[in-house]
Design a protein around this ligand. Structure first.
Ligand SMILES: [Zn+2]
Ligand SMILES: [Zn+2]
Length: 418
């Protein structure tokens, strides 16, 4: 499969001019063996530096691309943070003209940040269908402990070899499926925000994402038998998530309440105690998706909302400080400075409630998602993530403060539902 992403650029029926940075995505079997030819066809020339995680470096299925320089980062404990990026920038030859990211999520975020710092393009060579960020133009970084998105660049080209991806460990694919099923929540949050505040929804992007997640819903269980068509669907969805973010200029089409739960666990605020989850991004998003699905469907059980709506109250400063602790508190305050919830009135909630309930009805139930995860062997509860189950109410209450974005989870602050 070849995605010519330039077709999504330009003037759209939503009225926006969508900017695309990625030119082409190729998803196929054995395609890495033709990499030199593909780079030539795409006009990507010059001295290359390939950046590997050590797992990919040692993977016999991954044909090492030709490169003038190679940098190998230890996969054990690898995160996209101030350390990994400093190490790549320290080693990187001054005359490198293109970076090749060889690995999964953390390597790609490290490389996309370094490419932006050096002002050079990069090519993505993903080794697993594990995460939705490959085509993203922002890097999901942990910068001095705070989970944040940093300015970076999207890949010019993605070459995803299904021979490599379909043989990646099953838990990596399960993580990618978790990241993708999260779009059911993200897309619902987007439409709910539109209902409540008139926030713009691009119908083209919405339909692309809805189609991508539906395909994965239908075919994800076939990855268990190594079916390359199923892997192609998962990879297509993961790449389209990044392309949708490029079109939108932010992560709205791909990230909602479920991602905020995942980010909060990664940030390790004081209020979560000594939590240090070793789980992958998509695994945490998967569990966040189960939680959000349960909470949203429970909310939708209330048909008549008018007696349950409270006027908007600003976030309590002491509540934020206690929860985030001294280190994270300043960033949390800055993030929530102009609380997007302030634009929502009780009247708007009452008026939009029937539409919101219809939107929630389209989200698969917790039991339906759980069944997929169980069959895939995916992580499916907080304790699977090494997060104590008793933190569930804390995660539900605090996760919306991770990002100042209107989600139904944030709207809960104005609702009194027993
Ligand atoms: Zn549009
Ligand atoms: Zn994600």
């Amino acid at each position: 499969m070849r995605i010519d992403s330039r077709q999504y650029g330009g003037r759209c029926i939503c009225g926006k001019e969508h900017q695309m940075s990625t030119r082409t995505c190729i998803i196929d079997s054995g395609v890495l063996r033709n990499l030199d030819e593909i780079l030539k066809d795409e006009g990507i020339q010059g001295k290359r530096c390939a950046v590997y995680g050590s797992n990919t470096w040692n993977n016999p299925l991954f044909p090492h691309p030709h490169a003038e320089q190679e940098i190998v980062l230890p996969s054990e404990g690898l995160h996209a943070d101030e350390h990994s990026t400093a190490e790549v920038l320290r080693q990187l030859s001054a005359d490198t003209e293109v970076l090749l990211a060889c690995g999964s999520g953390s390597i790609h975020d490290t490389v996309r940040y370094c490419a932006a710092q050096r002002g050079i393009p990069f090519v993505a060579l993903p080794t697993a269908a594990s995460v939705d960020g490959y085509c993203s133009s922002v890097a999901a970084m942990t910068w001095h402990g705070y989970k944040n998105t940093m300015n970076a660049v999207a890949p010019l080209l993605v070459v995803a070899d299904l021979d490599v991806i379909s043989r990646a460990p099953a838990y990596l694919t399960a993580s990618g499926v978790g990241d993708m099923l999260g779009k059911f929540i993200a897309l619902a949050d987007w439409r709910i925000a539109h209902e409540l505040t008139g926030e713009a929804v691009c119908p083209v992007i919405y339909d692309i994402m809805k189609d991508a997640v539906s395909r994965i819903w239908d075919s994800c269980l076939d990855t268990r038998s190594g079916d390359q068509k199923a892997f192609e669907s998962v990879m297509y969805g993961l790449l389209m998530s990044g392309l949708a973010m490029q079109m939108m200029g932010n992560s709205r089409p791909a990230s909602g309440a479920e991602h905020h739960i995942s980010h909060l666990i990664e940030m390790r605020p004081a209020g979560l105690g000594a939590v240090n989850s070793p789980a992958l991004h998509g695994e945490k998003v998967g569990v966040g998706t189960l939680i959000a699905s349960r909470v949203y469907h429970q909310m939708a059980e209330t048909e008549e909302i008018s007696g349950c709506v409270r006027p908007y109250q600003p976030l309590d400063d002491g509540w934020l400080r206690n929860f985030y602790g001294d280190t994270l508190y300043p960033t949390a305050v800055e993030e929530n400075l102009n609380d997007c919830l302030a634009a929502v009135t009780p009247e708007a909630i009452v008026k939009a409630w029937p539409a919101i309930r219809e939107i929630i009805a389209e989200i698969p139930t917790e039991a339906e998602i759980f069944e997929k995860f169980e069959k895939l062997g995916a992580k499916r509860c907080l304790s699977d993530l090494e997060v104590p189950e008793e933190l569930l109410p804390v995660l539900i209450a605090h996760s919306p403060t991770v990002r100042n974005r209107l989600t139904l989870m944030r709207v809960r602050r104005m609702l009194d539902l027993s």
